[in-house]
Design a protein around this ligand. Structure first.
Ligand code: TRP
Length: 326
């Protein structure tokens, strides 16, 4: 069986990695089945410039995110982590792709239309965003990109752009990437039953201090039965999150407490807090260490940046020959 190349990304939001980021984007990478594949994780820092125009914010977000990701990563893993802005020719490749990307297709992009609805003016980086994103994927012959549905259209664009280029130059230089949509994670509700997101402020941060975490958990929206009434675990947001952490025995134990009555949602919330702290105990300790001394992380990522830079540079050299630039 040929190995698949999987690409995923971690985004610096400034608020740190939350449960949804972890269960959706990070944990699947560490699950053993995936060792048959080559996994690449990158920080789209050039994409961050579409909205972040502040030196401190950009630097601090990056450092925090790297410490968090490395704290979560198992000691022995084959994952390559790299930074978009360290890829010398990524924007050169983006330019070549722009020249085969129809304007009419770009006008259909939900992402810039969403920003346009929020801001009276958008910048060109926001408009061109999907082309750089295509370059992020196809420069390294990626086969699969796990995506939440908000990125599905971007993946379709990446495929179309790769296909257009291949057709225009009568080549197969670009592999067409496939989106992978994980339906199970898509149904996980968060503190208010919606998708966990910075913009809704309903996330539970993995590296938050205990007090903040407790406050977030206590604010999870629940029903309002009387204490003595039986409660339904299957319609409860707290229980939905408990399921991510508890063994099946523990889950049925808690479910029967719900059903028996005389059990406050508040009790379930405290149990959940304990579970989260226990589950992330080691990463939380490692995070403290890395925050004080990020040197080992910096050395490692530099090595990986160089590896990926070499891959993209080779691709760009071939592209130059194909297009007639050389
Ligand atoms: N568009 C992604 C987001 O908003 C980030 C991203 C940039 C990305 N380039 C990518 C995702 C390439 C997957 C592949 O979160």
């Amino acid at each position: 069986m040929t190995k698949k190349r999987i690409l995923t990304w971690i985004k610096a939001t400034g608020n740190g990695m939350h449960l949804w980021n972890y269960f959706w984007a990070v944990k699947p990478l560490f699950d053993s089945d995936n060792w048959i594949d080559d996994i690449f994780v990158f920080l789209p820092d050039l994409h961050s410039l579409t909205s972040v125009h502040d030196w401190d914010t950009l630097r601090n977000n990056r450092s925090r995110l790297l410490c968090e990701f490395f704290a979560l990563m198992p000691e022995k893993s084959d994952i390559t982590v790299f930074e978009q802005s360290k890829i010398t020719h990524i924007n050169n490749i983006t330019w070549l792709l722009s020249s085969v990307t129809p304007y009419s297709m770009m006008l259909r992009a939900h992402s810039f239309k969403d920003s346009q609805n929020k801001n009276s003016e958008i910048n060109m980086a926001t408009f061109n965003y999907p082309i750089l994103m295509a370059a992020d994927i196809i420069s390294y012959d990626i086969n699969i990109v796990p995506v939440w549905k908000d990125q599905k259209q971007h993946l379709e664009f990446a495929r179309d752009i790769a296909g257009n280029f291949n057709k225009t130059y009568n080549t197969d230089i670009f592999t067409l990437p496939e989106p992978q949509i994980d339906e199970t994670v898509m149904t996980i509700p968060w503190t208010d039953g919606r998708k966990m997101s910075k913009s809704y402020d309903n996330f539970i941060g993995i590296f938050d201090d205990e007090k903040t975490m407790k406050k977030k958990i206590m604010s999870i929206v629940t029903w309002s039965e009387w204490l003595d009434e039986p409660k339904n675990p299957e319609t409860c947001n707290v229980f939905a999150i408990i399921k991510l952490f508890a063994s099946s025995e523990k889950q049925s134990e808690i479910a029967s407490k719900y059903q028996a009555g005389w059990y406050w949602y508040w009790h379930a919330k405290l149990e959940l807090l304990e579970m989260i702290l226990e589950y992330f105990k080691a990463p939380r300790e490692k995070y403290e260490l890395y925050s004080k001394n990020p040197e080992p992380i910096e050395q490692q990522i530099k090595e990986w940046n160089d590896v990926m830079n070499t891959v993209a540079t080779e691709k760009y050299m071939t592209l130059k020959k194909l297009t007639g630039l050389e």
